[in-house]
Design a protein around this ligand. Structure first.
Ligand code: NAD
Length: 518
């Protein structure tokens, strides 16, 4: 287990004094260093893998019921430790209390209920019928066998939901897990590890490998499957590295989610959703609303409503419930990216209606003002590259066809949203958007339905989390054939004889062949 030097009251995981190679963890809302974690090397990670492999068989042997009891206890633990967990998330991300509560703590609560409850059904043995006549009478079973050791590598934007959250189905399936959280936000998972141990997860079954990219790469080498969430650029590196050991990967990558506002939309709802889901979590959500296309007849009215929602937003350090609306940025270089996109847009003719500057008067930390951009087009980075910050670029389009064309003009395809009072038309438009998930008259909420697959199209990923596929990917599909009633010697076996070969050909043709072309 990684040790974390306690440097403030905000983190509660302890260890020895930091060494020169340790990674400092900053509160990005204030710039204060709050902890240090080790930058683990390949040897340490290999040793963790050995411990995990020794512990995994007993965990698997506990069965769904035994594991489920332990994991469900985490719901109670999370309830008892809600404020502490939320504040640790806030301390290393700079997000507001509400953002940490809803998307991190709330997701954890759901996941620890959902996976233990549904794992037995999703991973139940399936009895399979075959069309192969020669197998008549044999029992065929499809079984989901835990792969053994899963490596989860996570980003910094949701340290509970997106890193730790992916470990929950892997554990429920009977695997051991080594989690490599982002080096920017390694503290939340340490606190949750405490919870898992208290709830009865055996030592070694869940471990945390802290470190930078090198630790992630080393983890890829020693596990049976990699669940990666992060940028598309790093996802490609992970996939290339995993190819060397033929290790399967599931990749949840970047996005540039479009919102389409049709001429008949409920503009109040569309505007509040555009603002909330572009600014939520400081705009640092893979499925944030990153760009909006509004049909010309309602453009002005929509804009006025957006500005109405924006004008009173509080962009400040969150000290507790209700203290601020939009928090800081989490990853310092991300402020540069946001600034670059806004400046590029301005240079190409875009107008800033509100915000448009970095910084936060009189405070440290990493901040960019909640910003609305108009007169934007696809020559601008803010419309084509992932901004991952509190920006809302809005483009006027002639009609729905242009909106769909623009929405699909992207290498990404993670999420999208469509607003129309005519839900039949809205759904028809949703089906034409190239994205892994599309909401009609809503945005992002599909993520809360753990029954629905959530994964990216195009450069936004490979595979998905949630739903049956979100736990089966942590398993080997094992086919079992049991022959109970059979002959001592099968007719197709040695020695081959001309008569039997011809007879078998005839029988095979009669049983399987089509006598007429279709
Ligand atoms: P990142 O790709 O920089 O880092 C992600 C993780 O990969 C970190 O833990 C990092 O240490 C590790 N890593 C870096 N180099 C590695 C290597 N060579 N081998 C193995 N691991 C390595 O991403 P980030 O900046 O932390 O996160 C932001 C990105 O994540 C955004 O693009 C966002 O859209 C994406 N994201 C996607 C989803 C989704 O569900 N699709 C969810 C959240 C975030």
């Amino acid at each position: 287990m990684a040790t974390v030097e306690k440097q403030s009251d905000q983190d509660s995981v302890n260890g020895g004094a930091p060494s020169s190679t340790d990674i400092p963890v900053e509160n990005p809302a204030t710039g204060e260093i709050i902890a240090h974690v080790p930058d683990m090397g390949a040897d340490e990670i290999a040793a963790m893998a050995a411990r995990a492999r020794a512990a995994q068989p007993a965990w698997e042997a506990m069965g769904f019921e035994g594991r489920g009891r332990v994991l469900m206890n985490m719901q109670k633990w999370l309830t008892d430790n809600a404020d502490r967990v939320i504040r640790v998330v806030m301390s290393e991300t700079g997000k507001t209390y509400e953002d940490a509560q809803m998307a991190d703590w709330g997701y954890g609560m759901s996941a620890f209920g959902f996976w233990p409850k549904n794992a037995p059904e999703y991973l139940a043995d399936e009895s399979v019928k075959t069309a192969a006549k020669l197998l008549a009478g044999k029992k065929l079973i499809l079984r989901y066998k835990p792969l053994g050791l899963i490596g989860v590598i996570g980003p910094w934007n949701y340290p509970l939901a997106n890193s730790f959250g992916d470990a929950v189905p892997a554990l429920a399936a009977g695997n051991a897990v080594i989690l490599k959280p982002s080096e920017i936000t390694p503290l939340t998972s340490q606190v949750l590890l405490e919870g898992l141990l208290e709830c009865g997860v055996p030592e070694g079954v869940f471990q945390i490998a802290t470190g930078r990219g090198g630790a992630g790469a080393a983890l890829v080498d020693v596990v049976d499957m990699v669940m990666f969430t992060g940028s598309t650029a790093t996802g490609k590196k992970v996939m290339a590295r995993a190819a060397e050991t033929l290790t399967p990967v599931s990749l949840e990558l970047g996005g540039k989610d479009p919102m389409i506002v049709m001429a008949d939309a409920d503009l109040d709802r569309a505007a509040s959703h555009a603002v909330y889901y572009s600014m939520f979590n400081g705009g640092q959500t893979c499925i944030s609303v990153e760009r909006v296309y509004v049909e010309a007849p309602v453009y002005d009215e929509f804009l006025a409503k957006v500005m109405d929602n924006m004008k009173d937003l509080r962009n400040d350090v969150s000290t507790g419930p209700g203290a601020s609306d939009v928090g800081s940025m989490t990853f310092p270089p991300q402020v540069d990216i946001v600034e670059r996109h806004v400046e590029d847009a301005k240079a190409k003719g875009a107008k800033v209606l509100i915000g448009g500057k970095r910084g936060h008067e009189g405070k440290g930390g990493y901040w960019y003002e909640p910003t609305v951009l108009v007169d934007v087009d696809h020559t601008m980075e803010c419309m084509t590259e992932e901004t991952f910050g509190p920006t809302l670029p809005i483009m006027k389009v002639a009609d729905t066809e242009e909106a769909i064309r623009m929405a699909n003009d992207s290498p990404y395809g993670l999420g999208a949203s469509v607003f129309s009072k005519d839900v039949v038309r809205g759904e028809a438009v949703a089906r034409r958007v190239d994205a892994g998930a599309v909401c009609v008259n809503d945005a992002l909420m599909n993520y809360m339905a753990l029954e629905l697959p959530m994964g990216g199209a195009k450069a936004s990923g490979l595979g998905s989390r949630h739903g049956a596929g979100g736990i089966r990917k942590y398993c080997q599909q094992q086919a079992i054939l049991v022959s109970k009633y059979h002959m001592k010697h099968e007719v197709h076996m040695y020695p081959y004889k001309p008569r039997t070969t011809k007879a078998l050909q005839k029988v095979f043709g009669l049983l399987n062949g089509r006598r007429k072309s279709v």
